[in-house]
Design a protein around this ligand. Sequence first.
Ligand SMILES: CC(C)(COP(=O)(O)OP(=O)(O)OC[C@H]1O[C@@H](n2cnc3c(N)ncnc32)[C@H](O)[C@@H]1OP(=O)(O)O)[C@@H](O)C(=O)NCCC(=O)NCCS
Length: 157
Amino acid sequence: MSGFTVRPCLPEDRDPVLALAQRLTEGVAPWRDPDAVAAAVLGWVTTSLEHTDDDHGTFVAVREGHVAGFVTVTTRTHFTGQRDAYVGELVVSPDAERTGVGSALVGAAESWARARGLRHMTLETGAANLRARAFYRALGFTDEDVRLSKPISAGET
Ligand SMILES: CC(C)(COP(=O)(O)OP(=O)(O)OC[C@H]1O[C@@H](n2cnc3c(N)ncnc32)[C@H](O)[C@@H]1OP(=O)(O)O)[C@@H](O)C(=O)NCCC(=O)NCCS
């Protein structure tokens, strides 16, 4: 495995980035409709790629001339009114995992946030996405909110 570089996403990165987006279905709760999940993740990434203004950052990692991962970052207002950096999507290609690509992409998002004076970086991931949770924990993220879910049984009103 050779080295990689991280740079802002260019228009020609669109197809490889969209190809990686499918990995965002990993770790989604098994009771969610898989077709709807697949459509949603593609929609998120497509929308992120369309946003090229100063409030949105998209970075790719390039290894041997190929896109080995990408991250998108924007701002989101917390209920306290604080403006946070928000990581929308982060994906590393399977063959580049555990080589520091994900960490470098989060580092690029963090630099983007620091340059805008933001003080916190937040994101959401599936509770079942144990790999991503271990990764984020290793990078210093801690749990802030937890969304609970329970099926509603049919028959009783
Ligand atoms: C999660 C993901 C982005 C990690 O990317 P990566 O490039 O493999 O991560 P790094 O190589 O930078 O790993 C940094 C550290 O995170 C931790 N880590 C990463 N993957 C891990 C795993 N599978 N299990 C346990 N710890 C892990 C380790 O501490 C690792 O350091 P080490 O390799 O020196 O032990 C990647 O696995 C991925 O794209 N997964 C699918 C998509 C996804 O789930 N995205 C996040 C959704 S929000």
